[in-house]
Design a protein around this ligand. Structure first.
Ligand code: M7G
Length: 182
């Protein structure tokens, strides 16, 4: 008997093809809803650190598309973990796996607010975002942020910020607009 997860999850892969609109480059890879099916998928795909630059993995609850426009994301935002270049070989795969395990294991008191998570493989530095559905739910946002920081063993003096998707969309330049920090 397989061990069921509380939610069914879908893994997506993004590869940038500038001849197509952004949304078209998001491809569903597979969905799973048991612990065993998660591990067989995880063991079958490349770790994030071996992906090409410009690609993403996204893991979202089934039915939520990994984009700002989805009904479950449009009022939300993300906890953003911006990695230094050298962290690709040290921390990236561990962070991504620990985040996946927090998500599918429903590690948060406010797990219902979780939509999914995205890892961006970028030359200028990789990023991991954990997306929640309601940027105005400060209690849930902060609880999730504190728990993530603890589970990833991020030092207290390293500040992590939460960006509202609407602000990310409108962002001009590199000025960060964090609505919460932990
Ligand atoms: P990114 O891939 O999140 O980060 O956004 P990067 O700048 O480090 O590569 C790059 C671009 O992809 C954005 O400026 C948007 O044009 C597009 N993009 C990213 N996201 C997450 C979305 C989305 O959810 N919806 C749409 N329509 N475009 C997006």
């Amino acid at each position: 008997v397989k061990h069921p997860l509380q939610n069914c999850w879908t893994l997506w892969y993004f590869e940038n093809d500038r001849n197509q609109p952004w949304e078209k480059n998001q491809r569903e890879i597979a969905s799973f809803q048991t612990v065993e099916d998660f591990w067989s998928l995880y063991n079958h795909i490349k770790p994030s650190s071996e992906l090409k630059q410009g690609t993403d993995y996204s893991l979202f609850k089934k039915g939520i598309r990994p984009m700002w426009e989805d009904d479950q994301n449009k009022r939300g935002g993300r906890w953003l973990f911006s990695l230094e270049k050298k962290q690709r070989s040290n921390d990236l795969d561990r962070y991504w796996l620990d985040i996946i395990l927090c998500l599918i294991g429903e590690a948060f008191e406010n797990s219902d607010d979780i939509c999914g998570a995205v890892v961006n493989i970028r030359y200028k530095g990789d990023k991991i975002g954990v997306w929640t559905q309601d940027a105005n739910n400060g209690t849930a946002v902060l609880e999730i942020g504190r728990k993530l920081k603890e589970r990833l063993h991020i030092q207290a003096r390293t500040i992590i910020g939460y960006e509202v998707h609407k602000d990310t969309m409108d962002k001009t330049g590199s000025s960060s607009k964090y609505s919460y920090t932990v």
